[in-house]
Ligand binder design. Structure first.
Ligand code: 13P
Length: 287
């Protein structure tokens, strides 16, 4: 059964580790993440962007697929199904569809409007036993057409949003979605420290988990980050393994590619990436 992300993140923050949020795009991705979490006895968060939800034909399909997989694969570790960077309407749809967690990304609204909309969604989500993530200060790079500039959040604004009762808070600290540029300044630990001081026990979320050096990940966890989002790295490992399989010409003696065999190396590659991240984040054995 899907669970809200609240409890797993409170435990992670108290235990000084982070739970991985891995974006899913299809059946193979989902299977790879769930099997790895179960094997490593790690809690996990499945992230679904609005674009990925649309690709999978809608949020209801995603809920149906994930719930069935939890049962058919005998998954016993805590799993949250979470909307990633949701709009107000997207959040409403996921609340209806049976997700167990949502992120409302109101970072592009003026702070007053972000507060207003977040407040409404906190009530709706909590009435259904779901957890909710809010965002302050845009995260750099582009995700599903949402472009951010990589700014650092204002710790006072973080406190204003945290006080609305959200379960986790994403705050920009110089992090960027996708690959980091050569001249990236690194994470602003000064900002992270100030945010944690303002928000106390609130589990903090680090987006843009791909390509952040290990020492920075560990330091971020020591300063209150309890959820780390990873997407691009799974895409890269999946694409590389699939490309290698095709280039090796492993089709069925001229009869074309068997889709199950074609997608198997990519699925294994995602498993390896997820495993590496769970070990780095310290969530192994914490289920
Ligand atoms: P990356 O694509 O950089 O791993 O970021 C993922 C993310 O933050 C999803 O919200």
């Amino acid at each position: 059964m899907l669970v809200s992300a609240k409890e797993m993140l409170q435990k992670a923050k108290a235990g000084h580790y982070a739970v991985g949020h891995f974006n899913i795009n299809n059946l193979e991705w989902t299977k790879a993440v769930l099997l790895t979490a179960e094997e490593l006895k790690s809690p996990v968060i499945l992230g679904v962007s609005e674009g990925a939800g649309k690709y999978m034909t809608g949020f209801k399909t995603v809920v149906g697929m994930v719930n069935a997989m939890l049962e058919e694969l005998n998954i016993t570790v805590p799993v949250a199904l979470h909307l990633d960077h949701g709009s107000y309407d997207g959040c409403m749809k996921c609340i209806e569809a049976g997700f167990s967690s949502i992120m409302f990304d109101g970072s592009h609204y003026p702070i007053e409007e972000n507060v207003e909309k977040t407040k409404e969604l906190v009530k709706l989500a909590h009435d259904k036993g779901m957890s909710i993530e809010a965002e302050v200060g845009a995260i750099g790079g582009e995700e599903d057409g949402v472009v951010g500039t990589g700014e650092c959040a204002d710790p006072n604004e973080c406190k204003a949003i945290a006080d609305l009762g959200v379960d986790m808070l994403a705050a920009g600290i110089g992090n960027i979605h996708g690959k980091y540029p050569e001249n990236w300044a690194g994470l602003s630990f000064e900002t992270l420290d100030a945010i944690q001081q303002q928000t106390g026990d609130m589990p903090l979320v680090l987006h843009g988990g791909t390509g952040i050096p290990e020492d920075m990940i560990k330091k971020a966890i020591s300063l209150g980050v309890a959820k780390i989002n990873v997407n691009t790295e799974c895409q890269l490992s999946f694409a590389a393994a699939t490309r290698e399989y095709i280039e090796a010409g492993k089709d069925q003696q001229g009869k074309g590619f068997d889709p199950r065999k074609l997608l198997a190396p990519g699925t294994e590659a995602i498993k390896a990436t997820v495993k590496e991240k769970m070990e780095l984040f310290g969530s192994v054995g914490k289920a």
